[in-house]
Write a protein that binds this ligand. Structure first.
Ligand SMILES: [Fe+2]
Length: 389
């Protein structure tokens, strides 16, 4: 969770009358909504609505989102080229699941249309990594600007519309987390502040800056997802009718180019690149950085058998020094229990290099990941044998 933030009009004490005249139905108040996490035990925010947020007119089933994992795939490395995954749907309905387990679903999305209706993920926090595109996330918390290479972190139960500017087609990596998305606790001091030396800090986290007070008494459709079930709610007024809020729960962005890489004289392990974590997985940012400076340093990662972890890399930008054959939008999955490492020739080629311009997002899971049917349709079958000379 990010740190405390407040925006707009809030009363001096929580759970007290927030007066307005005349107010909805002449009741003279704004209506409090407390958004909590983990029951009432962890971070929360308190928002103040023009009208009660509970005014629902219709509830109807809206189908299912099935994640089809391919059964009986042998234990092997996987490379899928998703840079040209077909454009379809919108920033919500156009998501194509690629890898999944009980803790996380990783999808690609190249939306063909603007978002058709408001969306709310009731049971998963989301990270929308913006590979391409600029725009804004509209929520009851206000307007949040979005730019390329932003991680857009959207807490569960946030109703939103993700809008992109015309001109550049949006290209998204979407990570849905069953657990709450947070920062590595070791980055924070006991006072809750990012430590000096952490690879990013409060100034790199951007929350909504402008309120978005929408006062419209009109039927408004909200698509709600909980697990694989979709439900359509029609509310009697637009839900973005918040005049003010404060707390620790709100959508925010962190731009991958604001990640300050930690480097050494010899290779540093992936935890130095950790950015987020949730139950069952971590997200790391492989940012452009200086390479190791020891005169005999091997400047690409050593071969390793990752134990109790499946490693996913999503290649965003630049040339990836240890890999051959990957391109922008490629995924590699290096599963637990079998070794992977630099491709032949890359150790020698990197000897003279002093820096790398690669940008990649890594997702390491602790439970095995399933590969979806859509991912296998983009499979590079030669990848498991690509370490042969
Ligand atoms: Fe690895």
């Amino acid at each position: 969770m990010p740190y405390y933030r407040r925006l707009g009009l809030i009363p001096p004490k929580r759970h007290t009358l927030h007066r307005v005249s005349p107010g909805y139905k002449n009741e003279g108040i704004y209506y409090e909504e407390v958004v909590t996490t983990q029951g009432f035990s962890r971070a929360y925010s308190i928002a103040y609505h023009l009208k009660p947020p509970t005014r629902v007119k219709h509830v109807e089933p809206a189908g299912r989102v099935k994640v089809e994992v391919v059964p009986d795939l042998p234990l092997r490395h996987v490379h899928t080229k998703t840079g040209k995954v077909p454009t379809k749907g919108d920033p919500v309905t156009g998501r194509v699941p690629m890898l999944a387990n009980a803790d996380v679903v990783i999808s690609r999305c190249r939306p063909a249309e603007p978002q058709a209706e408001l969306f709310r993920n009731a049971t998963a926090d989301e990270i929308v990594f913006v590979h391409k595109g600029s725009g804004r996330l509209l929520t009851m918390f206000g307007v949040l600007s979005v730019r390329p290479f932003d991680y857009v972190v959207i807490p569960r139960t946030t109703t939103y519309r993700l809008e992109f500017d015309k001109g550049v087609e949006a290209d998204l990596l979407v990570i849905e987390a069953t657990g709450n998305i947070g920062f590595p606790p070791r980055y924070l001091n006991p006072d809750g502040q990012f430590r000096l030396g952490a690879p990013f800090a409060e100034r790199d986290l951007h929350g909504p800056r402008e309120p978005l007070i929408t006062d419209r008494e009109e039927d408004t459709s909200v698509l709600i997802k909980d697990g694989d079930r979709l439900t359509r709610y029609v509310t009697a007024h637009h839900p973005f009718d918040v005049v003010g809020w404060d707390g620790f729960v709100y959508p925010f962005t962190f731009n991958a180019d604001d990640f300050e890489p930690i480097t050494g004289t010899i290779h540093q392990p992936p935890p130095v690149q950790q950015t987020f974590e949730a139950a069952g997985f971590v997200v790391c940012t492989f940012a452009p950085r200086l390479l190791d400076t020891h005169p005999d340093a091997i400047k690409v990662p050593y071969a390793h058998s990752n134990v109790e972890s499946d490693e996913v890399l999503y290649y965003v930008r630049g040339r990836f020094g240890s890999r051959r054959g990957v391109e922008e939008g490629s995924f590699t999955l290096h599963p637990r229990g079998i070794p992977h490492g630099p491709h032949p020739g890359t150790i020698v080629v990197s000897r003279e290099a002093t820096r790398t311009d690669e940008l990649a997002v890594m997702v390491d899971t602790f439970r095995p990941l399933g590969v979806t049917r859509q991912a296998m349709e983009l499979d590079d079958p030669s990848y498991p044998k690509s370490w042969l000379d």
